[in-house]
Every structure is written in C-alpha cells, then in structure tokens.
Design a binder for this molecule. Structure first.
Ligand SMILES: Cc1cc2nc3c(=O)[nH]c(=O)nc-3n(C[C@H](O)[C@H](O)[C@H](O)COP(=O)(O)OP(=O)(O)OC[C@H]3O[C@@H](n4cnc5c(N)ncnc54)[C@H](O)[C@@H]3O)c2cc1C
Length: 275
C-alpha cells in the first residue's frame, strides 16, 4: 500500500542554494525532477519515502552550453530540450537520438537527463551515450562539488555513488572525434523499454557502451581495445560476445540480446548506422 497522500511532504526550494540547504538540514529527502519515474513507483506503492524535494523550478539546472572544450548539460534538461538543442545536435548527436527515443512526447517533455541517470535503470536510453562519450557527472552538496567519471557512477544494479545529500547538477562531456552511433532495439519505436541499447564512437579511439545487457550500463573495453589494435569486425564481435553477460527476463532472452549486440557492432563499424 502506498502511504496516504496526506502523509507526503513536498519541499519547494526557491533557488539551487536553497535546495542544497534543505537537503543538508531537512533530509533525508527524495529529489524530484520531472517525476516520470517517481510517479510510477509512487503509484505502484514501491516507494515508501514520504518527503520530496521539488527541483523542477530550478532553471539554473537546465542550462545547456559549451564551457571551454566541454559540452555542459544541466541535470534538469528535459529530453525535449536535448532533442531541440542545436549545441547537442552538433556536438553530441547520439544524445539527441537517444532522447528522441525516450517514451513518447509527454515523457520527453517532463523527463530529465538527470532523472534518467539517477534512476539508474540499466535500460535508461541516455546512459550508454554518456558512458561512450566519457562524460563526467557533476555532483553537489552544501559546500562541496565533486566530479565522478560516468563509468564509475554505478556500483551495482540501481546503485550509484551519489550520497543522499547530493544532487546531480550537470554532465560535462569532452569534445568527440569520430562518428557517433546510437541504436535502441525495443518492441516498438515509442513507449518501449529497450531490449538492447548501444552507443558507440567509431574512430581512432573506439568506444562502445551498452544498456540492458547487464545490471548496469557497461563499457565494452576489451572490444574497444581489440578494434583499436586492428581486429576485424568479426573478431570484435567474438570479443563482445565474450565480454557481455545479458540475462533472460520478461523483455527478452539472453541469446537474442547477444545476437542483437553483435549485429549492432557490425552495423556501426560497417557504416550502416544512423546517428
Ligand atoms: C510511460 C513511460 C515511458 C518511459 N520510457 C522510457 C524510455 O523509453 N527510455 C528511458 O530511458 N526511460 C523511460 N522512462 C523512464 C523516465 O521517463 C526517464 O528515466 C526520465 O528521464 C526520468 O526523468 P525524471 O526527471 O522524470 O526523473 P524523476 O522521476 O523525477 O526521478 C527519477 C529518479 O532520479 C532521482 N533524481 C532526479 N533528478 C535528480 C537529480 N538532479 N539529482 C539526484 N537525483 C535525482 C529521483 O530522486 C528519482 O530517484 C519512461 C517512463 C514512463 C512513465
């Protein structure tokens, strides 16, 4: 049974500094961004927490810009913001492709990149992109900022290094050389959770990240190294199959996921993938 609505409390910070203070002084609080994931768990009664911190109005966390050589994406940028941003489309087109495939239009209008990452589902569509792009997660709590490489952010199934009094404030993404590829394979084009999702950079320094093939998003570092050393696509496919360990679940079988992952690798490296 979900807690009664009258037992829930929503704190409304007026500024980002206010939000950090509330987390420090009035925690534990569950950060709430677009609420598209939270609402589902509230509705199913799987979320027992009763005290929430509403981030939605904190416009300072919605910025998308270029700082020095880094693409800077605020945690509250919605999937629609990502799709529409000329900067994202130019510098990180695979992220715009991923955002375009999240849910449907309503979910894209409310769902945020910070929420997608913090929710920590291994099927989150933006996660392989951030992983392949060597993004850095910027976390803040009152008086402290820290930067965590995206590849070290997840510690296990739905577990992250984020501390309870920290907010994800942004993602910093270095400039990328090479062709960016993204592909989500699900039951249908919209409103479907992925069976396999893959992002890659095809170039001098190959980078490959996959979702839905393990408890967290994974970087296929052995396959990357094989390709960098001049392995053929067929050899790289064999390395990839030895490197991932997907499971059977209600959405797909492990065998199907393995075949799709290998096929996507060939598609990307043979030049057939759309961005
Ligand atoms: C119908 C439907 C379809 C969907 N389809 C897809 C899909 O195709 N692909 C996909 O990847 N996802 C999908 N989702 C999941 C969801 O929409 C996304 O994960 C979305 O990006 C979540 O963002 P949000 O802002 O709504 O997060 P919220 O629901 O507000 O929060 C999610 C989690 O993140 C935490 N959080 C949020 N922001 C921060 C922050 N800045 N700092 C720290 N913690 C934070 C919250 O405490 C919570 O634990 C779907 C959801 C629904 C309901």
């Amino acid at each position: 049974m979900p807690p009664l609505i009258s037992h829930r409390r929503l704190l409304e910070p007026r500024s980002f500094a206010d939000a950090l203070k509330m987390l420090r002084d009035e925690g534990p609080l569950v950060p709430m961004a677009g609420c598209t994931d939270l609402y589902v768990s509230l509705n199913f009664g799987t979320l027992k927490d009763t005290r929430f911190l509403n981030l939605w109005r904190l416009a300072a966390l919605r910025t998308i810009d270029v700082r020095g050589d880094l693409l800077f994406i605020g945690a509250l940028a919605t999937h629609t913001d990502l799709v529409r941003s000329p900067i994202v489309r130019k510098r990180l087109p695979m992220l715009a492709s991923a955002a375009r495939e999240v849910g449907g239009v309503q979910i894209q209008n409310r769902g945020t990149i910070g929420g997608n990452v913090a929710n920590a589902s291994p099927a989150g569509d933006t996660l392989p992109v951030l992983s392949a792009a060597d993004a850095v997660v910027v976390l803040k709590r009152a008086g402290e900022t820290r930067r965590v490489p995206f590849t070290m952010f997840y510690t296990g199934y739905r577990e992250t290094v984020r501390r309870p009094d920290e907010l994800i404030v942004a993602f910093e993404i270095p400039a990328i050389r090479g062709k960016q590829c993204f592909r989500k394979v699900g039951t249908r084009a919209a409103q479907a959770i992925s069976k396999v999702v893959m992002a890659a950079i095809v170039g001098d320094r190959p980078r490959i990240a996959l979702g839905s093939v393990g408890p967290t998003v994974v970087r296929a570092t052995r396959t990357e190294a094989a390709l960098a050393a001049g392995a053929s696509v067929e050899e790289a496919q064999r390395t990839l199959l030895a490197e991932i360990a997907p499971i059977d679940d209600i959405r797909s079988t492990a065998e199907y996921r393995r075949r799709v992952a290998a096929n996507l690798l060939a598609l990307f490296w043979n030049g057939g993938a759309r961005r």
